[in-house]
Design a binder for this molecule. Structure first.
Ligand code: K7E
Ligand code: CUA
Length: 676
C-alpha cells in the first residue's frame, strides 16, 4: 500500500490545495446551515414538525440528548440491559442507549408468544420446578438479575434471577435467552438478597429476608427469638450443564435478622460475601408480642449488621459434612459459623439497604435509608479487626467488629441512599430515594487521590430504587451510561389509569465532574416507561460479549436439553402411530406447511405430539396454535417441541401457525378431528 502523506506535509507542499479545501468546507457548512432550517439551528426542522403535532420546541440541550440516544434503523445498541420484570415474573432485555425493548423472557410466569408454559412439555416442566409443595405458583416478584461472570467480568453465558415472593432462583441460558431451570429454596419461603454470583460463577448467592422457621414450619410470633431464623443460600452452579446442582448446594443458618442484598467479594476480597440486614431489633409487628408496628420497630436501632461471610471457609465446613439437614438440604449451623470464624458483623447505619463491593474488591459501600451518608468499609481493615479480635458479641454470640476500626470513609450524598454502582474512572453512583436523585461521588485511593467527596447530584423522576451502570458491579465497569430505575413516574407520561408505569431514565456519565455543573457532569437523556411490573434491578453488558444462536445449531434441537432430541421428527419420518388409545404424532413445520396436516383422534386418546421446525433461515419461526386445549408453541428455526394432552373434547379443531411466517402463512394450517 502507498503511504499517504501527512496533512501537514500536504499543506506545506500545496498551499493552493489548502485554500481550496478550506473554501469547500466553508461552502459545505453554509449549505448545511441553510438546509437545517431558516435560522440555521439544527433543531428547527424538527421543531416545525413538533409544532404541527402540538409538541413543545426543543432546546439545544434536549436536541443534544436526543442525538445521544438515537439509533438509525438497522444500527444495533452497543449495550444490552437485563432488567428484572418485577411482578411480571419475567425478565426484560432492553437495548442501551436506545432503550428499546428487545424481548420479555418468560421465566416464572407463562408467556404465550414464546410458547412458554402453553403446552410445550419442556417449558411446563421447567415452570413446575418452581411449584411450592405441589402448589402451582405461576407469578413471581423478580428483583435482581445477575449475569454470569468469569474473572469478575460478565461473560455473557447465563443470567440468573430471584423471585422474592417464593424464594426461587431461575437460570436463563444466553445462547437462546430461554429459562432452563427454576430451583425452590428448601429452607426459606421468601428471599431478597439474591441473585449475585461469585467472580467465576461457582456460586449463586440467595440471601434471605423476612425471618421464619427454616422450612417455614408453623411457629407463633411469640417464639420469634428461638424459632425464627435468617439464612443465606449458596447454589452450586455447573457451567458445563448450565444447571444449578441442588445436591451440591448449602445454606447458612443466620440469626432472625432480615437479611438483604448480598454482594460477592472480588479480587482482594474474593472468597468473601457481604450481605446487608435490617430488623436486628427482631421486631414482631404491631400485633406481635412487642406491639410496635414493623416500620417503627424494625428501624428503632441506630445500626444493623453488615454480614461478613467467609465463603471459602463455609465451603470447607460444608464439604466436611459439618451441617444439619432441613428438608433434606444441608445447613451450616450458627454455632459452627461462630466457632469456625465464618461469620462477622459490621454495624451499618440506620435502615441499611444496599451493600456493594468496589471494582477492586477493596471496599464495601453501604447505604442506610435513614442516614444521609454512604459508609465505606475497608476489606483490609475488616481483616485486621478480625485478626485483632476487635469485636463485641451480639445476642447470638456473633462477633460485631468495631465500626470505627473498619470504616474507611463516609460521604454525605443525600436523603435515602440505597444502591451504588461504579464506573471506570473512580466514581461511584448512589441512588437517593427520598431526594429522587443520583449522587455521583468519588472513591478515594487507589481510585482517586482527591476522593471521598460528592461531585454532584442529578434529579430523577421519581423515587429511584436501583441504578445500573455498564458492568457497574464487575471488576471492570464501563463509564458510559447509567440507568436510573425509578419507582414512581407521576407526571412523566400519559397516565393510563391510576396504575402508572415505572420510569427507567437513561443518563450520560461520560463527562467528568466540573465546577460549573451541579449534576457532577451527569446528563439526563431519556425517559422510558415500563408498564409491566417493577424492575428493581438491572445489569448492563456490552453487546459484543453476547453470542446468541441465530438459529438452533441442528434440526431437531430441544431447548430444554440444549441438544438434538433423537426422537425429534425430521423431514421424511413424519407419521402418526396409534397404540390402543395412545396416539403419537411426529410432525414437521416448514414455510408454509405442517406434515401431516390432518390428525384423526378419538375422544379419550392420550396424545403425544412432536413438532420440529425444519426451516433453518434466520428468523423463520413458526407457531402452533391449537384451540380449546390451551396450547401455543413457538418453534424457532431447528427447534423441536412436544405437547401432551388427553383428547377430552370431541370436535373439529383447525390448528394453525401463529407467526406470520410467509405469504402463505394463513394457509399454514391443518385439522385435528376428534371423533366422539
Ligand atoms: Cu427494590 Cu434490590 Cu429488591 Cu432496592 S430492592 S430498590
Ligand atoms: Cu409458519 Cu406462519
Amino acid at each position: 500500500m502507498m503511504a499517504r502523506p501527512s496533512p501537514t506535509l500536504l499543506w506545506r507542499r500545496k498551499p493552493t490545495l489548502m485554500i481550496v479545501t478550506l473554501l469547500v468546507v466553508v461552502v459545505a457548512l453554509v449549505a448545511a446551515a441553510c438546509t437545517s432550517g431558516s435560522d440555521g439551528n439544527a433543531a428547527s426542522d424538527a421543531n416545525a414538525s413538533r409544532e404541527a403535532a402540538g409538541l413543545n420546541p426543543l432546546t439545544d440541550e434536549q436536541v443534544n440528548a436526543a442525538l445521544k440516544t438515537y439509533l438509525p434503523s438497522g444500527e444495533h445498541d452497543p449495550y444490552i440491559m437485563f432488567a428484572s420484570g418485577g411482578h411480571s415474573g419475567q425478565m426484560f432485555v432492553i437495548g442501551v442507549p436506545s432503550m428499546r425493548i428487545l424481548k420479555e423472557i418468560g421465566v416464572f410466569t407463562a408467556e404465550p408468544w414464546q410458547g412458554w408454559g402453553f403446552g410445550n412439555v419442556g417449558t411446563m416442566e421447567t415452570l413446575a420446578q418452581g411449584d411450592v409443595n405441589g402448589n402451582e405458583v405461576r407469578w413471581a416478584d423478580t428483583h435482581h438479575p445477575a449475569l454470569s461472570e468469569t474473572g469478575g467480568e460478565y461473560d455473557g453465558q447465563f443470567v440468573f434471577i430471584n423471585d422474592k415472593a417464593n424464594a426461587r432462583v431461575a437460570v436463563i441460558d444466553l445462547r437462546d435467552f430461554e429459562t432452563k431451570q427454576i430451583v425452590k429454596n428448601p429452607i426459606a419461603i421468601v428471599d431478597h438478597g439474591g441473585t449475585k454470583v461469585t467472580p467465576n460463577t461457582e456460586w449463586i448467592i440467595q440471601g434471605g429476608q423476612y425471618a421464619a422457621p427454616h422450612g417455614w414450619e408453623y411457629s407463633a410470633l411469640e417464639n420469634y427469638d428461638e424459632d425464627y431464623k435468617g439464612m443465606v443460600t449458596f447454589w452450586k452452579f455447573d457451567r458445563s450443564s448450565g444447571r444449578i446442582l441442588e445436591d451440591q448446594s448449602f445454606a447458612l443458618e443466620l440469626p432472625p435478622y432480615w437479611q438483604d442484598l448480598c454482594d460477592a467479594g472480588k479480587l482482594v476480597s474474593e472468597g468473601w460475601v457481604f450481605c446487608g440486614s435490617f430488623n436486628t431489633e427482631r421486631a414482631t409487628g404491631e400485633s406481635g408480642p412487642d406491639g410496635v408496628p414493623f416500620e417503627a420497630g424494625a428501624s428503632a436501632r441506630d445500626n444493623d449488621y453488615l454480614h461478613v461471610i467467609n465463603l471459602d471457609k463455609a465451603v470447607e465446613v460444608f464439604d466436611a459434612g459439618n451441617t444439619f439437614d432441613v428438608n433434606g438440604f444441608p445447613v451450616v449451623g450458627l454455632q459452627t459459623l461462630i466457632d469456625e470464624g465464618i461469620l462477622y458483623f459490621v454495624p451499618e447505619p440506620k435502615s441499611p439497604h444496599g451493600a456493594d463491593v468496589t471494582p477492586g474488591g477493596d471496599y464495601i459501600v453501604v447505604s442506610g435509608k435513614l442516614d444521609p451518608h454512604v459508609s465505606v468499609y475497608s476489606f483490609e481493615k475488616i481483616q485486621q479487626a478480625i485478626a485483632d479480635k476487635n469485636w463485641v458479641p451480639d445476642p447470638y454470640g456473633i462477633p460485631v467488629l468495631d465500626f470505627d476500626a473498619v470504616l474507611e470513609a463516609q460521604v454525605e450524598v443525600g436523603l435515602g441512599p440505597l444502591h451504588t454502582e461504579f464506573d471506570n474512572d473512580g466514581y461511584a453512583y448512589t441512588s437517593i430515594f427520598l431526594d429522587s436523585t443520583v449522587a455521583r461521588w468519588s472513591l478515594g485511593p487507589p481510585y482517586r487521590d482527591d476522593g471521598w467527596k460528592l461531585e454532584g447530584t442529578l434529579p430523577v423522576h421519581y423515587n429511584i430504587g436501583h441504578l445500573s451502570t455498564v458492568g457497574g458491579d464487575t471488576v471492570s465497569p464501563d463509564g458510559t451510561y447509567l440507568v436510573a430505575l425509578n419507582k414512581w413516574s407521576i407526571d412523566r407520561f400519559f397516565p393510563p389509569g391510576p396504575l402508572l408505569p415505572q420510569n427507567l431514565q437513561l443518563v450520560d456519565i461520560t463527562q467528568p465532574p466540573s465546577d460549573d455543573s451541579d449534576t457532577g457532569g451527569m446528563q439526563l437523556l431519556y425517559d422510558m416507561p415500563l408498564g409491566m411490573g417493577e424492575p428493581h434491578y438491572a445489569q448492563i453488558i456490552k453487546a459484543d460479549k453476547l453470542a446468541p444462536f441465530e438459529v438452533y445449531p441442528e434440526i431437531g434441537y430441544d431447548p430444554a436439553i440444549m441438544a438434538v432430541d433423537p426422537d425429534a421428527p425430521v423431514s421424511g419420518n413424519e407419521r402418526i402411530e396409534r397404540n390402543g388409545n395412545n396416539v403419537e404424532i411426529w410432525m414437521t413445520a416448514i414455510r408454509s406447511h405442517y406434515t401431516p396436516d390432518r390428525v384423526d383422534l378419538k375422544t379419550g386418546d392420550n396424545v403425544t405430539w412432536h413438532i420440529t421446525n425444519i426451516d433453518t433461515s434466520f428468523d423463520a419461526t413458526h407457531g402452533f396454535a391449537l384451540p380449546a386445549y390451551n396450547i401455543n408453541l413457538s418453534l424457532e428455526p431447528g427447534e423441536t417441541a412436544t405437547i401432551e394432552f388427553i383428547a377430552d373434547q370431541s370436535g373439529t379443531f383447525p390448528f394453525y401457525c401463529s407467526e406470520f411466517c410467509s405469504a402463505l402463512h394463513l394457509e399454514m394450517a391443518g385439522y385435528m378431528l376428534i371423533e366422539p
